[in-house]
Design a protein. Structure first.
Length: 130
């Protein structure tokens, strides 16, 4: 799977709730995920809303509440596709900054019209792939 596709799929899974393993077809509904992240109801998940959602997920997934994410805390995401590229200093854990930076790469890739927000259709298109 292409890195951009992986980033987009990962970010979009996280918009809606707990991460899913790649290949899982369980219960991810792009429209519901978009609605959950679109806090102001304007039809776009803007960068601020996306950032807030990623921070929520970081804290949710940090099971031992040490301020880092380690592969075991992200069991449902393939470590090689998601964790390793985000761990920029290769210390085996993700800081909030590393996590958020990687998620914003995915946001930018999904924002095909470059308007600074993810529309429902962009989320659907990114989820369904080319």
């Amino acid at each position: 799977m292409h890195r951009t596709t992986i980033l987009i799929a990962t970010a979009l899974m996280l918009i809606g709730g707990a991460p899913l393993a790649f290949g899982d077809s369980v219960d991810y509904e792009p429209r519901e995920a978009h609605a959950k992240a679109d806090k102001n109801g304007d039809g776009l998940v803007d960068r601020r809303e996306f950032h807030v959602r990623m921070v929520e997920i970081f804290y949710h997934d940090d099971a031992n509440k040490d301020g880092f994410l380690v592969p075991e805390e992200l069991e449902k995401i393939n470590e090689d596709m998601v964790f390793a590229p985000a761990d920029r200093n290769h210390d085996g854990k993700l800081t909030m900054s590393e996590y958020i930076d990687q998620r914003f790469e995915a946001f930018e890739a999904a924002d095909v019209d470059s308007d600074g927000g993810l529309s429902v259709q962009e989320v659907i298109d990114a989820w369904e792939g080319p």
